[in-house]
Ligand binder design. Structure first.
Ligand code: G
Ligand code: G
Ligand code: MN
Ligand code: NA
Length: 250
């Protein structure tokens, strides 16, 4: 289709860019880092959402090249921020399961000069279902580099609990659908509380995604949620704005 055709030249056309969304500590409301989010302004199609083009990129294999570009850009950007402000990068299963992913990551860290502890890889649990053995090996290699691994969209997959049991995650990102249900669906309170408690019992910090209101923030703070991300704290911003925020820690 048109997306696949246009996507092939997106990098060369300079049509891809990253935006950066703040992640904050709930206790101090201090800036801890940014999640890098990909944007594509296609000359033929206009602004296309990653929710639309990432699946196409995965099916066609273009995700390998795009994912590589994203990692380089994100690491380069983070070297411009004061330590220890970190960067979180979404990695597709197709990219993660390539035989040389950990080696490629090592090269990118070397070339950009980013301290590995400032990089976090976000993966979804669906990534781990097809080939859990291979996935575990890659995750161990990544962690051996000093890079952290976060479980993204927690709670929306098929096997959240067994996945937590088997893989060495450094963070749990609670899917924003749960925050969205808070105050609308009676069960949301218990579900969020339980995920936070689960993380704490496993000594894994918990980040709540999609925090938009003071009510949600107060709820999370009361339940000792560690970190948060959402429009309340900041929308995804361009590189120069992220740079300014990183300088002031705001
Ligand atoms: O930023 P936005 O809400 O439009 O993102 C939509 C989806 O696209 C989210 O699930 C997000 O994780 C994913 N996404 C955004 N940027 C990247 C990226 O660089 N790589 C991958 N694999 N997924 C991304
Ligand atoms: O799947 P992933 O968590 O990587 O997706 C991140 C996406 O969520 C980003 O594209 C971002 O635009 C979106 N997002 C971030 N914060 C909020 C929020 O507070 N509300 C809503 N509706 N979307 C958000
Ligand atoms: Mn993410
Ligand atoms: Na998510």
């Amino acid at each position: 289709g048109q997306i696949a055709i246009s996507l092939r030249s997106a990098i060369a056309d300079g049509a891809l860019r990253l935006v950066f969304q703040p992640q904050i500590s709930m206790k101090q409301r201090e800036l801890l880092g940014f999640e890098a989010l990909l944007r594509w302004n296609s000359s033929a199609l206009g602004e296309v959402s990653p929710a639309e083009f990432i699946p196409v990129a995965e099916q066609t294999g273009i995700i390998v090249e795009i994912g590589d570009w994203v990692l380089i850009q994100a690491c380069q950007e983070a070297t411009q921020w004061p330590a220890p402000i970190g960067v979180a990068v979404n990695v597709s299963p197709v990219q993660l399961m390539r035989p040389n992913f950990a080696e490629r990551l090592t090269e990118i860290l070397d070339e950009t000069g980013l301290e590995p502890t400032r990089l976090e890889i976000e993966i979804t649990e669906t990534m781990l279902i097809d080939n859990p053995g291979q996935a575990l090996l890659v995750l161990r290699k990544i962690k051996a580099l000093g890079v952290r691994v976060a479980m993204d969209d927690f709670g929306t997959g098929y096997s959240s609990l067994s996945t937590l049991f088997s893989f060495p995650f450094d963070k749990i990102k609670v899917d924003r659908s749960f925050l969205n249900a808070l105050g609308r669906q009676a069960q949301a309170t218990s579900v969020i509380e339980t995920v936070i408690e689960l993380g704490h019992k496993l000594s894994i910090p918990v980040l709540a995604e999609g925090v938009e209101t003071d009510f949600q923030a107060a709820f999370l703070k009361d339940r000792r949620c560690d970190e948060a991300q959402g429009f309340l704290y900041g929308r995804p911003v361009d590189s120069s704005t992220a740079h300014a925020l990183a300088q002031t820690g705001a």
